[in-house]
Each structure stands twice: as structure tokens, then as C-alpha cells.
Ligand binder design. Structure first.
Ligand SMILES: Cc1ncc(COP(=O)(O)O)c(C=O)c1O
Length: 459
């Protein structure tokens, strides 16, 4: 049934913070008549009306009402070179004229695959798909085919896309997450099959002993440990060396594969996140930055495990395809973006990230307030906690902490900075010292305005 057109905004929707302009309000009015909830991605940030964007240039985004924002979201960390990166634009213009998708392979896919496999020795073979969700899904299917086992272990609170098994315990709460020693499998959506819940073993991040016990207990059914080395939504917390080596050792001991989900964290270094933290995965899931701003995903890893996708004139163990997989537009954009990601680019991002995290911590110490900062490389996250959290449970917000974070995000938006709320914020190569100064100053202003508030001491 067609929804009523132009239905009025509810009183809460009119109370948006900070106010969006009339064009965003009008767009949202139209959107609510065609999309359940008014948006077509649950991850869209809104308060409560989303801001509609008209275009982006470099580190900045412009909304349809003409306001300019420093973009610390970068489409959920995808745009490592910022918006409308000139080499990507030029390459895409040519590809657009040459055709956008064919049922045949192109040489571009070999070029991008060669570049990526050349970066990481553990990526001996690669296959392309269109999203990080698909990459994680196919990596898990390959692990199942390789081991002959159905289940996975994953970190509580971590986000790996929309495949049912990795959604388990993504949004656990104190009421549902169970004991520290034995985290519960918590459904993510109403109707999630109980068979899925029984095939997922949630682990607490950085709890080496607990993880070892759980993995050994369920080893006979485990195909893979799916690990994002620094899971953004679970806190963007650095892994302890002991946690990494415990997982690595128990996986080897029990013939369980390790899948490093680097859809987000591949941007952590020239060789990605596993290399940074000493993890040696069997398989990797990639996405985001390797597509240069166009949809992409990839599964990579040891040649023998990647053999699960090899048909060799018969049906492969795991058929993997897709109408738009390895489409030449994504391959072209990815190639142009990745060719520009040299050591100098990573050194630049690392320097900016270190500078920004230090600046935020200095401000917190100066104002003696209940905030902390986590992250690495070009990624950071601000927590409403006195001590940096060590796992998802410690990072979890109470209602008053959630209110503080909402205020922080609103303050940043009012000052012209888009700061993701509850996810990783990121830097991009077009940023420089001026952008770091701006973020530092705005955080300082927020702390100074909050310090005068009586509520402060209770945080
Ligand atoms: C770690 C991780 N894995 C998987 C995904 C899913 O990727 P996509 O949104 O491209 O499906 C994301 C997306 O944010 C992610 O951060």
C-alpha cells in the first residue's frame, strides 16, 4: 500500500539537534513516505532528522542547505582519501565511458588483486564481491567447507555486517550478555533462528583465559574464529598481545581457522591490522577502502583455503559469485585509491592520528573529566569513561553516558564537524594539522562548556 505523502513530522522529529536546514527537513518528510523509518540504512546517524548531503570535497562535506562539515565519518571509514579524490574521479570518468559492468572478467580485477596480494604475504589468493557483509559470509563458508564444521566464535559486541551468524551478540546488553565466563548468544533480530544462536560462541575481547576455555569446549563444532583485531563498535580497543597469541595458538591446536575481518581495519597500516598486531590469519575479509568509494568486498587468504572457491571444472566447494562482483567501476576506483596509498600516506595518517589522540587526552587531563580515547592509526573513538575500556562490556554506555555522547556529537555538529556516535571516527589523507587543531579546539570547547555543568562530577 502506498504510504500517505508528505505526512507531518512528529513533535520529536521537529526537536532536532542541532537544527538541520529546510531542505533536509523537506527531504526527510518525503523519505518517511517511502522508507520504513524514513531511511534506507539503519546505520544512518540522525538526531532525529538525518542531514542530507549534496556533495563532498576532500575532507569536507556540504549539506543540501549549504553548510560545510569536516567529515570524520567518511562513509563509515571508507574514504581514506576523502571525497571526490582526483585520481579516482579521473579513472572513473574513463571507465564510465567504457562501460560499467560486463558478464566477462576485466584486466582491472587482476590489477587490483595483484596490488592487494602484493601488500600482505598472507593474502596468496583473493576473490572480489560487493560488500564487507558478503566478504565475511564467504570467508565463513570457506572455513566451513575446509573444516567440515558449522559454528563460529566471535567477539561480543563486534560488528561484521549482516550475515546472521556474525550478527549474534552484536547488540548484547547487561540484561542479556550473561556471565563473564560464558557470554550468551544473543539474537540480533526478532525471529533469528535458534539454530543460528547455537552455532555461535561469543568471546569477550582481551579475555584470553575465557576465550581459551570457550574455544576448547566448543572446538569440535568450530570452523572459524572471526576476529576484527580492533572492533569499532565493540569499543575500538587495541588487542592485548596475549589475547592475539591465545587465539592464534588455540586455533592451531584445534584446527580452527582464523578469519581477520579487516573490512574497516585494513586502513590501520600498509599491511592492514593483522600485521600490526601479530595475527596470522588463514582468511581475511576486506571492503571499504579497497573500493576507492565504490561498493566492494573481498575474501583473501592462504591459497589452500582459498581453493574452496576453485571450481577446477567441477562445482567448487563454495560457489562464490554475484552480478556486480568485480565490476569494472569498483575495480577502477579501488585501483586508483590503493595506488595512492603508499608508505608516505600511512605515515601521514599515523602522525595525524597520534597527534589527535594525544591532543584529546591532554584536554581530558586538563579538565579532569570522565572521558577516554582509544584507537590507532587513522582511527579514534572517544568514550564517556574515566579509564579506557578493555572490552565491549566496559565500553557499554549507561543511559547517562549515552546522553553525554549525544551532547558531544551535537556540539561537534553545531561546530561543523561530523563525529560518529558510538563508532570509529577516522582521518583521511587530505586532512592536515589545521583539521587536527579544529577537532582539538572543538573538543576543548565542549569540555569547558560541560565543566560548568553540575552533572559533570557524576559521570
Ligand atoms: C568490521 C566490519 N565487517 C563487516 C562490515 C560490513 O561491511 P558492508 O557494510 O560493506 O557490508 C563492516 C561495515 O561497517 C565492518 O565494519
Amino acid at each position: 500500500m502506498m504510504a500517505e505523502l508528505n505526512s507531518p513530522l512528529s513533535p520529536t522529529e521537529q526537536d532536532e539537534h542541532p537544527p538541520v536546514g529546510p531542505r533536509s527537513r523537506e527531504a526527510f518528510r518525503r523519505a518517511r513516505d517511502v522508507f520504513p523509518d524514513g531511511t534506507t540504512r539503519v546505520t544512518i546517524e540522525r538526531d532525529p532528522i538525518p542531514r542530507y548531503m549534496s556533495h563532498g570535497r576532500g575532507a569536507y562535506l556540504f549539506d543540501t542547505d549549504g553548510r560545510k562539515f569536516l567529515d570524520l565519518n567518511a562513509n563509515f571509514t571508507t574514504l581514506i582519501h576523502g571525497h571526490a579524490f582526483a585520481p579516482v574521479v579521473a579513472a572513473l570518468e574513463q571507465q564510465l565511458r567504457d562501460g560499467t559492468c560486463f558478464a566477462n572478467p576485466t584486466e582491472k580485477e587482476i590489477d587490483l588483486a595483484t596490488l592487494i596480494c602484493g601488500l600482505v604475504p598472507g593474502m596468496q589468493r583473493i576473490r572480489f564481491c560487493n560488500t564487507g557483509t558478503e566478504a565475511v559470509m564467504f570467508a565463513i563458508k570457506a572455513a566451513r567447507a575446509w573444516t567440515g564444521r558449522p559454528a563460529i566464535a566471535k567477539v561480543e559486541g563486534s560488528y561484521h555486517g549482516a550475515y546472521d551468524w556474525v550478527e549474534v551478540s552484536q547488540s548484547s546488553t547487561p540484561a542479556t550478555w550473561g556471565s563473564p565466563a560464558e557470554p550468551q548468544s544473543v539474537p540480533f533480530y526478532r525471529g533469528m533462528p535458534s539454530s543460528v544462536l547455537s552455532e555461535v560462541v561469543p568471546l569477550r575481547f582481551n579475555d584470553s583465559q575465557g576465550a581459551l576455555q570457550q574455544i576448547r569446549r566448543h572446538a569440535a563444532s568450530l570452523a572459524a574464529i572471526v576476529l576484527d583485531p580492533m572492533p569499532s563498535r565493540a569499543g575500538l580497543i587495541a588487542p592485548d598481545a596475549a589475547f592475539i597469541s591465545a587465539l592464534q595458538n588455540v586455533a592451531r591446536e584445534q584446527n580452527i581457522l582464523i578469519i581477520s575481518d579487516e573490512v574497516l581495519n585494513f586502513r590501520q597500516s600498509f599491511q592492514g591490522a593483522a600485521a600490526r598486531y601479530g595475527l596470522e590469519p588463514d582468511l581475511y575479509a576486506l571492503g571499504k577502502i579497497i573500493g576507492g568509494g565504490l561498493p566492494i568486498g573481498a575474501i583473501a587468504g592462504r591459497a589452500c583455503v582459498m581453493q574452496m572457491f576453485d571450481a577446477d571444472e567441477k562445482k567448487p566447494a563454495v560457489p562464490q559469485g554475484g552480478t556486480f562482483s568485480a565490476n569494472p567501476m569498483s575495480m577502477t576506483a579501488g585501483l586508483a585509491a590503493m595506488q595512492s596509498l603508499d608508505h608516505a600516506a600511512f605515515a601521514h595518517l599515523e602522525r595525524l592520528g597520534d597527534m589527535l589522540r594525544a591532543r584529546l587526552v591532554q584536554a581530558i587531563e586538563r579538565w579532569q573529566v570522565a572521558f577516554s580515547v582509544t584507537g590507532a592509526g587513522s582511527l579514534f573513538r572517544i568514550h564517556p569513561k574515566r579509564r579506557p575500556p578493555r572490552d565491549f562490556r566496559e565500553a557499554f554506555w549507561s543511559p547517562s553516558e549515552a546522553a553525554v555522547m549525544r551532547e558531544l556529537t551535537r556540539f561537534f555538529t553545531a561546530e561543523g564537524i561530523i563525529l560518529p556516535n558510538g563508532a570509529a571516527a577516522c582521518l583521511s589523507t587530505p586532512m592536515g594539522d589545521a583539521e587536527i587543531d579544529l577537532v582539538g579546539q572543538v573538543f576543548e570547547q565542549f569540555l569547558s562548556s560541560r565543566a560548568q555543568c553540575m552533572e559533570w562530577g557524576r559521570l
